[in-house]
Write a protein that binds this ligand. Structure first.
Ligand code: KIV
Length: 265
C-alpha cells in the first residue's frame, strides 16, 4: 500500500477535504490508518499520554519513539512528527533535528509551530528535502509565554492580516499544508482562501480544507479537559471503565477464567 505524499495532500485543495487525526502508538495508528489521510504524532501526547499539564516538556527522543511506533502501524496515511518545543530554535538546530526525525522515526513529514517568524528557517528545511506542515493561530507551545490558550482572530484587522501574512510566508517557504488552530471560523476561511496549500483546521470552523482532532478528545478518553471544538464520537473512557470493572468483578468472584478459557489436558 502506498503512503500519501505531500503532493497528494496539496492536490486535495478545493477537491476533497483532508482528514487528519493524532496517534501515538502502532495499535491506534493501525485502527485509524485506512480512514484518514494524515496521522499526526502531536506533541499533545505529552498531555494525554504522559499526563503533563502542557506540551512544553517533551523532547525529540520521545517524539521519535512514538512516531516510529505510529509508522509501524500506518501503511497508507502520511505520518507527521510534531517538532517539540525548542527543537527548531535556529536553522542549524532545526535541520539537525529534522534529519534526525526523518532517519530515526521514519516520518514522512514534520510539523512546526510558527508563521512568518519561522519562514526563513522552514525555507532552509524545505530546500533540504524536509516536508514541512506549518501551524499558525493558537500555538500550544506559546501557552506559558501567552499565559493560557487564547482564541485567535478576535483582535481586529491587524491580527487578521498578521495571520494571513503568516500563511503566505509559510506557503512561500514551501510548506505542503498549514494547520490553523483555535481561530475564529470567519478568519480561518480567509486564511484558507489566501493560500494555494491546504489549510487544516482544529477549532477553526468548517470553511477550511480539512480537519484535525486529537484522538483521545474525539474518542472520549481524555477526561481532564474537553475542548469546546472537539466533537466526541465515542464515550471511550466510560466504555473502558465498565469493561475493566466487569473484569475486576469477575476475577474477584472467581467467574473469570471459566472452563472455556483453560487449556485442554
Ligand atoms: O500536538 C497536537 O496534537 C497538535 C494538534 C492539536 C494539531 O498540534
Amino acid at each position: 500500500m502506498k503512503t500519501i505524499t505531500p503532493n497528494a495532500i496539496i492536490a486535495k485543495k478545493n477537491m476533497e477535504k483532508i482528514v487528519m487525526i493524532t496517534a501515538y502508538d502502532a495499535l491506534f495508528a493501525k485502527l485509524f490508518d485506512e480512514y484518514v489521510d494524515i496521522i499526526l504524532v502531536g506533541d499533545s501526547l505529552n498531555m494525554s499520554f504522559n499526563g503533563q499539564k502542557d506540551t512544553i516538556n517533551i523532547g525529540m527522543r520521545e517524539m521519535i519513539y512514538h512516531t516510529r511506533a505510529v509508522k509501524n502501524g500506518a501503511k497508507h496515511a502520511m505520518v507527521i512528527l510534531d517538532m517539540p518545543f525548542g527543537a527548531v530554535s535556529d536553522k542549524k538546530t532545526a535541520l539537525k533535528n529534522s534529519i534526525k526525525a526523518y532517519k530515526k522515526s521514519g516520518c514522512d513529514a514534520i510539523k512546526i509551530e510558527g508563521g512568518a517568524d519561522k519562514a526563513d528557517l522552514i525555507f532552509h528545511l524545505t530546500k533540504n528535502a524536509i516536508a514541512v506542515c506549518g501551524h499558525i493561530g493558537l500555538k500550544p507551545q506559546m501557552v506559558r509565554f501567552e499565559g493560557g490558550y487564547k482564541v485567535k482572530g478576535r483582535g481586529g484587522e491587524a491580527e487578521i492580516s498578521a495571520l494571513i501574512t503568516d500563511a503566505k510566508a509559510l506557503e512561500k517557504a514551501g510548506v505542503f499544508a498549514i494547520v490553523v488552530e483555535g481561530t475564529l471560523s470567519s478568519v480561518a476561511e480567509k486564511i484558507a482562501k489566501s493560500v494555494q496549500v491546504p489549510v487544516i483546521g482544529i477549532g477553526s470552523g468548517v470553511n477550511v480544507d480539512g480537519q484535525v482532532l486529537v484522538w483521545s478528545d474525539m474518542l472520549g478518553f481524555f477526561e481532564e479537559f474537553h475542548p469546546k471544538f472537539a466533537k466526541t464520537y465515542l464515550d471511550g473512557a466510560s466504555i473502558v471503565k465498565k469493561a475493566v470493572q466487569n473484569y475486576a468483578d469477575e476475577v474477584r468472584n472467581s467467574i473469570f477464567p471459566s472452563k472455556e478459557f483453560e487449556y485442554k489436558e
